[in-house]
Design a protein around this ligand. Sequence first.
Ligand SMILES: Cc1cc2nc3c(=O)[nH]c(=O)nc-3n(C[C@H](O)[C@H](O)[C@H](O)COP(=O)(O)OP(=O)(O)OC[C@H]3O[C@@H](n4cnc5c(N)ncnc54)[C@H](O)[C@@H]3O)c2cc1C
Length: 431
Amino acid sequence: MNAMIRQDVHGVSLWHAVSRNRRDRGTLQGGLDVDLAIVGGGFSGLSTALHAAEKGLSVAVLEAEFLAWGATGRNAGFVVPNFAKRDPDDIIAELGPERGGRLVDFAAGSADLVFGLIKRHGIECDAVQNGWIQPAHSSAALEKTRSRAAKWAARGRPTVALDAMAVTELTGIDGYSGGWMDNSGGVLNPVEYARGLADAAEKAGARIFEQTRVTSIDRTPDGWALKTASGTVRAGKVLVATNAYGGELNPTLARTYIPLKVFQIATAPLSRAIRARLLPGGQGVGDTRRNLFTCRFDGQNRLISGGMHVVGAGAETRVPQTIWRRLARHLDLPDLPPLAYSWTGVAAVVPDFLPRLIDLGPGLIAGFACNGRGIAMTTAMGKVLADWASGTDARDLPLPFAAPSPIPLHSLVRYAPNMLLPWSILRDRLD
Ligand SMILES: Cc1cc2nc3c(=O)[nH]c(=O)nc-3n(C[C@H](O)[C@H](O)[C@H](O)COP(=O)(O)OP(=O)(O)OC[C@H]3O[C@@H](n4cnc5c(N)ncnc54)[C@H](O)[C@@H]3O)c2cc1C
């Protein structure tokens, strides 16, 4: 294995290392008055900025580090237009046909929105909209994937159930009992996509500042004042789009989700011969295991995978190697090229796995649309938040909107996914 693995330093991921469209934005200096201030320069903040600026609002994005520094620049680049662990009918049963139906439709169209924006704004980000595949690891999971495909198809989505042979043909991977595919999903380079959204937002009139950490958000007679080390933004409305990286800005918000640390790796590029056998259509794969197996190629034929692990001493070197070995085993590739990049990110996971808007005060809102589906969901969330910024009542948006609901025993519960991982792996084997 390669001793020269490039690891997560100052937020560097594969995507930050290889992306071509970097442009520095300045730090906020002095005062600024806007209709909408956005805290956080990830997909949520940038998509909202783009859509709000296109509606004619004055918008400022304030990013503490640099654009895509958070989960946006550290993810795997799968564009997935559905919910982790939730199906349309159970959401409709829980939220009712009207609200549930709107949330389901919101998710259903989210990948088309992403690829549509990429086309409309000419964003070069190695985007491939050729489907997202969920192979089933057991016969119980196969039943679930069949019914999932049928439920999304019933809502007019381009989904298809796959038998074992179809999964092998599409992925080059043996051993699955079948699965399903949503043809509107796909893959992209998330940093290039985020930077493209930022360029488009600026073209539409938004102002974007980097190295500009918001230290406080205070109520004023006509809106809110956001303080940074070198300036103040006064805004009628504010979106907090800090996801799992919000730190101390709003401690209540930090207790509403589980911060899940996820490792990602990329191999050195694969030869053309192997590349032609594996995922010839360039789709993204994420299977049904609790200890999820994922893989995709990037634009330079590197294989990308990820996973969680019980975090402890030496995890930063141990876990990427475990993921690399799993990838080689799973793809039956003893000559898998060496590990070339590894990095980590933190995802915000909420107990019901549904995206949501959180009411933090009059005209002050936070948006969470992650649960591992953030690229498509946060992009779509940005579009509806632009409606909110221009006057639509938050209760009329397709996402659930409520006061913050901190998770009981959060300081313990937050470690549960890592602590329970060995149990999840065992259950995957027993399925
Ligand atoms: C390892 C990993 C893999 C994933 N894989 C996928 C995938 O393949 N597909 C998918 O759809 N989703 C995936 N996700 C989820 C997806 O990346 C996230 O849902 C999405 O990026 C969230 O975007 P965001 O803009 O809400 O937050 P973030 O991208 O996390 O951005 C928040 C930003 O807020 C800034 N910030 C925080 N505090 C302040 C402050 N006080 N002042 C100013 N700025 C501040 C941070 O610096 C950060 O840049 C993955 C997540 C992780 C961690």
